[in-house]
Every structure is written in structure tokens, then in C-alpha cells.
Design a protein around this ligand. Structure first.
Ligand code: 5GP
Length: 210
């Protein structure tokens, strides 16, 4: 477990379109968390900047990085590769910088399995409803309704992983969701384990799967 001088790791995961990336940015901005910038073979969206949102690379470059063991974790998501670099993250953690990850459940499992010395807090974000999720996906990727449909299909498979996270939050109100996350992180930093309402979340997930 981390000592007082080391940074902590916060991981946010969610099915695509639940609003996680905006939450990660807000947490980073207001609490001085460093965002782990992933590498991906996915093509950039119109509003994305290389080196800020992702490091956009091709499959050959990605495979080279795997071979050189540069990733803390990596996974295939929606037929593209995504991975978090190891060196930068460890260097920052050792200097006391807290790091926040926006990664999927596969990456979260891999990081947890590594049994790192740092404190790790895992948070899963749920959308308020299936309809809202679809709208968010469409708004994000206007040029491609097919993408939104594909991601909706993937949703049913991804959402079941909520059970493996320390905290699960429904993102129906951005500010309230943000506040819940910060409150939870602060408690955990002080070694207080707060429980969330698992029954309520379980019910919500069943609704989302209808
Ligand atoms: P998007 O293509 O919408 O930016 O991301 C698709 C999914 O990949 C999201 O769930 C996002 O959290 C996840 N993701 C982004 N970077 C990484 C990464 O480095 N590793 C893993 N495992 N997942 C990632």
C-alpha cells in the first residue's frame, strides 16, 4: 500500500458514452491529478488533439511498444488497441503526483492484478438511461451512426463489470456525480471505506439492460 509520499492511482471506467472523459478532465483540473494519456490505434475524432487526448499511432508502432514492454496495461476495445504507458506513470507517482486513468474494465483488471505498491481507487460510471446513452453517442460521433449502434451493442457486455469496482456512480447530474467521486476519493485517501448502495445500482443496471 502507498506511503504518504507516493501519488495514488484513480481509475475511471464506464461503458462508452457515460460521460467519463469529461469527469476525468474535471477531476484533473480541480484537484491537480495528472491524466494518463493513452496510446491508441483508433483514428482521431474531429475535436481530438494528438498528445493531449491520445497518442495516435498505427498498429505496427503499437505492437513495437508492446514488444518493448512499455505498457502498464493494454487492450483491444472496439477493434482498436489502447494502452497506458508505464514509465511516465511510475515516475510521476514516485514524485507524489496523483494519476487518473480513463480506461476500460480490461485495463483496470490488468492494473489490479499487478499488485502495485500504490493505492488504487477504481470507479465505474453508469449512464442515466439507455436512451440518454444513445443520444450521447450520436452527438459525439455525428458522422457515424453505425459507430453509435456498435457501441450500444458493446454496452450490454461492458456494463456487467460494475461489480468489480470500488465505487459505482450514475451520471445523471454531472456536478453531483463529480462531488460523489471526490468525496469517495478523499475518504479512501484517509483509509475510510465508504459503501455505496449496491441494491440501487443493481436495479439501475437491470433497467439499462432492458
Ligand atoms: P474512445 O475510443 O471512446 O476514446 O475509448 C473507448 C474505450 O477505450 C473507453 O472505454 C476508454 O476508457 C478506453 N480506453 C482509453 N484508453 C485506454 C487504455 O489506455 N487502456 C484501456 N484498456 N482502455 C482504454
Amino acid at each position: 500500500m502507498s506511503d504518504n509520499n507516493e501519488g495514488i492511482i484513480v481509475i475511471l471506467s464506464s461503458p462508452s458514452g457515460a460521460g467519463k472523459t469529461s469527469l476525468v478532465k474535471e477531476i484533473s483540473l480541480k484537484n491537480n491529478y495528472s491524466i494518463s494519456i493513452s496510446h491508441t490505434t483508433r483514428k482521431p475524432r474531429a475535436n481530438e488533439i494528438d498528445g493531449i487526448d491520445y497518442f495516435f499511432i498505427n498498429q505496427e508502432e503499437f505492437e513495437k511498444l508492446i514488444h518493448k514492454k512499455k505498457f502498464l496495461e493494454h487492450a483491444k476495445v472496439f477493434s482498436n488497441y489502447y494502452g497506458s504507458s508505464k514509465d511516465v506513470v511510475f515516475e510521476k507517482l514516485d514524485k507524489g503526483q496523483n494519476i487518473i486513468f480513463d480506461i476500460d474494465w480490461q485495463g483496470t483488471e490488468q492494473i489490479k492484478e499487478k499488485k502495485l505498491q500504490y493505492k488504487i481507487i477504481t470507479i465505474f460510471i453508469l449512464p442515466p438511461s439507455r436512451k440518454e446513452l444513445f443520444n450521447r453517442l450520436l452527438n459525439r460521433d455525428i458522422e457515424d451512426e453505425k459507430n453509435a449502434m456498435e457501441r450500444m451493442k458493446q454496452f450490454d457486455k461492458d456494463v456487467v463489470h460494475w461489480k468489480n469496482y470500488d465505487l459505482v456512480v450514475i451520471n445523471d447530474d454531472f456536478n453531483m456525480c463529480y462531488e460523489k467521486i471526490i468525496k469517495y476519493i478523499n475518504s479512501r485517501k484517509n483509509n475510510i471505506l465508504e459503501n455505496y448502495d449496491k441494491k440501487e445500482i443493481s436495479k439501475h443496471v437491470l433497467e439499462l439492460l432492458k
